[in-house]
Design a protein around this ligand. Structure first.
Ligand code: RP5
Length: 171
């Protein structure tokens, strides 16, 4: 299976959140190239990885990092492929530092930044899949089915709330 998405983590401490990103991409049948590389600790290796991934046909990059999170921006500086940044919440600012470091890119080098935390890790995979689906009708169909399932789950929860009352939900 060809690797269409590269997922780069700034540290292995990001893995608990980012494993959801990787597993979601794999559930949709998309090959993933992964690496733990840092914009600050291993800049040369990071740039080499991005260059190799570009050459190998990776279409979308996802970069997840916490604290002074320059990883996504550093990746975006080295590729014309879309880059999605995932801010990882970390002490002491609980992700506000990573969010601002990732989202506030200077004009000319865009990073599509998702929210900090688990929802962002999930949405990064879905956004990458939606980008790939622009040229893949099979993938677009799978995404539409996933949306339908999500809709059905919410409507079922709504039905149960009406049927049994809110106390079942711990409200
Ligand atoms: C960032 O610094 C990493 O992405 C991680 O979120 C944070 C802390 O890294 P460790 O000290 O846990 O390796 O570069």
């Amino acid at each position: 299976m060809s690797e269409l998405v590269a997922v780069i983590l700034g540290s292995d401490s990001d893995l608990p959140l980012v494993s959801k990103t990787i597993s979601l991409l794999e559930e949709f049948g998309v090959g993933v190239r992964t690496a733990i590389l840092s914009a600050h600790r291993t800049p040369e290796e990071l740039f080499a990885f991005v260059g190799e991934a570009d050459k190998a046909g990776v279409k979308v990059f996802i970069a997840a990092a916490g604290m002074a999170a320059h990883l996504a921006g550093a990746v975006a500086a080295r590729t014309l492929r879309p880059v999605i940044g995932v801010p990882i919440p970390s002490a002491p600012f609980e992700g506000l530092d990573s969010l601002l470091s990732t989202v506030q890119m200077p004009g000319g080098i865009p990073v599509a930044t998702v929210g900090a935390g688990p929802a962002g890790a999930k949405n990064a995979a879905l956004l990458a899949l939606q980008i790939l689906a622009l040229g893949d009708s099979g993938l677009e169909k799978k995404l539409a089915e996933a949306r339908s399932r999500e809709r059905a789950q919410v409507l079922e929860k709504n039905r149960r709330l009406k049927e049994r009352g809110h106390r079942d939900y711990g409200v």
